[in-house]
Design a protein around this ligand. Structure first.
Ligand code: FAD
Length: 310
């Protein structure tokens, strides 16, 4: 890179193409109805040619999306080239009910589950009371999944610690327990403090954890919508981010441009720190994530089912 090029910002530096191309994965939510189903599948089809390492589908509070999550994941498996993962929680279900869901996934050919405890239905951030006859937490759930089949199991991780956790050290012990139970990958909650994230991962590595840790990237196009939720899930919205969106409430196009450039800068900085796996919270839209992937050098491959069918 010439001295002139080094004066450019992260996005332009990434365009120089000297950094290795990262792996990406995409998270979707199950559709609520026919209209959202159509837009979800439009997003899936747009992102599929980027050949993500996997895609995942969330599980609604209290198992409310059990059937929709199952349908979406199985359709991905049967109709696309994607490698789908199903999120699963312990909330308001007995062990045998959860085990039945796990067995159904195995029978359908799904081999990757994102194992989570879940939150109390209707009160994100409220006190969680596990059912006595249910899985008590994601560690137990991970063990239960592995007892049923040789699944790849991803688990959640919180760069600003889990809101119920007393310390980062506790979270690291919990992560280690999940790995002992069979977890193969951790996916982090979204975050905006890169330096804090780097310190967090460094601590985990120093504690001897070697499984992949995928930074969860949320391209945020509205701070207003996010601030309520982020407080409850323990994510700080930095002042600089709020300033960038100030006065843009009725200007979604500009907010989208800012969202893509902020997330792209975060990812480029992380690639420059050696991170090579990113998990994107797509919010069921392809445009921002597609643009960020372009910046990272992630391009279409020739193996998508849409191209194969053409
Ligand atoms: C990548 C990602 C995806 C998510 N997807 C969904 C989703 O699809 N649906 C949904 O409802 N929610 C989802 N969530 C949110 C998640 O359910 C909540 O954050 C929830 O509050 C905690 O889930 P967990 O799996 O991290 O819990 P756990 O790891 O089970 O932790 C919960 C509590 O149990 C304790 N604990 C766990 N294991 C042990 C142990 N071995 N020893 C001692 N204490 C232990 C922890 O300290 C903590 O206090 C997601 C979160 C992330 C990061």
């Amino acid at each position: 890179m010439s001295p002139h090029e080094t004066a450019l910002g992260p996005v332009a530096r990434a365009g120089a193409g000297t950094a290795p191309r990262p792996s990406v994965s995409f998270e979707f939510s199950p559709p609520k109805g026919p209209k959202s189903e159509a837009s979800l599948w439009e997003a899936i089809r747009r992102l599929e040619p980027l050949n993500p390492s996997f895609v995942s589908v969330t599980y609604g509070a209290g198992g409310s999306t059990r059937d929709r999550t199952h349908r979406t994941v199985v359709r991905m498996l049967n109709e696309t080239t994607l490698k789908p993962a199903a999120h699963l929680t312990c909330v308001e279900a007995t062990r045998s009910e959860v085990d039945e869901v796990i067995r159904d996934y195995w029978a359908a050919g799904i081999r990757h589950i994102v194992a989570l405890r879940g939150d109390p239905p209707g009160s994100l951030g409220g006190a969680y009371t596990p059912r006595p006859d249910g899985y008590q937490n994601a560690t137990e759930l991970t063990a239960g999944i592995r007892a049923i089949g040789d699944f790849d199991v991803s688990v959640g991780l919180y760069p600003q610690i889990h809101p119920e956790s007393p310390s980062v050290e506790h979270d690291i012990e919990v992560l280690k327990a999940k790995i002992d139970a069979g977890a193969t990958r951790a996916i982090t909650n979204f975050f905006f403090d890169i330096d804090g994230y780097l310190r967090f991962v460094d601590k985990i590595r120093k504690a001897g954890v070697t499984i992949p840790i995928l930074p969860g990237i949320m391209p945020v196009s509205s701070v207003e919508g996010l601030s309520n939720m982020s407080q409850r899930v323990g994510v700080t919205i930095p002042g600089w981010l709020a300033n960038l969106f100030e006065g843009l409430d009725s200007d979604p196009e500009t907010r989208k441009l800012i969202a893509a450039s902020v997330a792209a800068e975060m990812c480029v900085r992380l690639t420059e720190e050696g991170f090579s796996d990113f998990h994107f919270y797509t919010l069921n839209r392809a445009d921002l994530v597609y643009a960020i992937c372009r910046v990272l050098g992630v391009r279409e491959t020739a193996h998508s089912s849409t191209e194969a069918a053409a």
